[in-house]
Unconditional design. Structure first.
Length: 355
């Protein structure tokens, strides 16, 4: 006898501010002025940090760098929804989220310059170290969230990934585990259209990435990833749900990577100028600026003041990062509590080579 199970599911798309800055009044979360301005400052800070990082790499003062241009609303909108005690698990592109969380820009620049100390993330920021292998941070995040639940620690966990991560086994293992044990974790997928040069349509036959959550027993939702209010609202709702013991949520933020995947990439080889122009017209900072100006929260003078403050912070961060004297032996010393013989041998060879 074959027994059929009835299953119904759907994925909703959520937007509050459209590309021209028009707002759906009924959906506006009406956040406090100081929070809105902090979020705008966070977006501009992230973009300025990103622009300087790209210039430092192009002039030989930094190693390979992963730009975030175009994804500011996804990063700042999501991280702004965290409470101080909540935790952040990033990928290698979340410089904006780190900055908003209080991680020093000079520390992040040191990381991209190759310093082992660049990922000594301050404990008070409740932020995990930057993860390069695709999707590897997701099992870490769900395990952390489950441990917090077992200890009755009422926190939420925000775990980032990209659309390319959905093709990795770690993505599915993490979602399955989170769904079974109702871990208080929000899986936040920044669907920026490409996994390096592989377009989303070659990653999955699913109409959405969000619908993958349904197979693991929890909801998935799509948001306009260039709409900071939509991102904030959905992440906040998902975090609150997780803290109530109702399990995970998968949020697919539809956004776009305006620059290269990393500075080792040439995006002109796999996408058109027309496509880039289409997304430039949906700039996340531009539309949020219009929203704030319409509420009379933001003036040209205030934005100029922000720009000056950001410029000073960035310049100081670069100066601090470049003034640090790095010890190449650090790459061997901090992998294990006691260095194994094969690393000792490698360090010895390196020292001889440098002589």
């Amino acid at each position: 006898m074959v027994q059929e199970t009835t299953f119904e599911g759907k994925v909703e798309y959520f937007q509050i501010i459209d590309k021209d800055g028009n707002v759906d009044i009924a959906l506006d979360p009406d956040l406090p002025k100081d929070l809105l301005l902090r979020m705008f400052m966070g977006m501009k800070f992230a973009r300025a940090f990103d622009d300087k990082g790209l210039k430092l790499q192009r002039t030989g003062r930094m190693l390979t760098f992963a730009p975030l241009l175009g994804q500011e609303a996804s990063q700042i909108g999501s991280v702004a929804a965290l409470e101080k005690e909540d935790w952040l698990f990033p990928t290698y592109r979340e410089n904006g989220s780190y900055l908003y969380r209080g991680v020093s820009p000079s520390l992040l620049y040191r990381y991209w310059m190759g310093s082992e100390w660049g990922m000594c993330i301050p404990k008070e920021t409740n932020s995990y170290t930057m993860i390069i292998p695709i999707a590897e941070q997701l099992p870490h995040a769900v395990g952390f969230a489950w441990a917090a639940k077992l200890k009755k620690n009422p926190i939420g966990v925000l775990a980032y990934c990209g659309d390319g991560a959905t093709s990795e086994g770690d993505f599915h293992a993490a979602l399955n585990f989170g769904g079974v044990f109702k871990a208080p974790v929000v899986f936040f997928c920044q669907n920026n259209g490409y996994a390096i040069s592989v377009p989303r349509k070659r990653q999955t036959a699913s109409k959405t990435i969000a619908q993958k959550a349904l197979a693991y027993g929890f909801p998935g939702v799509q948001v306009d990833g260039n709409d900071i209010l939509a991102v904030y609202s959905e992440v906040k709702k998902a975090l609150d749900k997780g803290k109530r013991g109702e399990g995970p949520t998968l949020i697919e933020a539809l956004t776009y990577r305006m620059g290269p995947h990393t500075t080792a990439d040439d995006p002109t080889r796999y996408r058109t100028e027309e496509e880039v122009k289409y997304w430039k017209d949906r700039d996340p900072i531009k539309r949020f600026r219009i929203y704030l100006e319409n509420k009379t929260y933001l003036s040209r003078q205030l934005e100029e003041k922000m720009d000056k403050e950001i410029e000073e912070l960035i310049n100081k961060a670069v100066e601090e990062a470049e003034s640090k004297k790095e010890n190449p032996e650090d790459i061997f010393k901090y992998m294990y509590s006691t260095m194994p013989p094969h690393l000792m041998e490698q360090m010895k060879e390196m020292k001889q080579f440098l002589k």
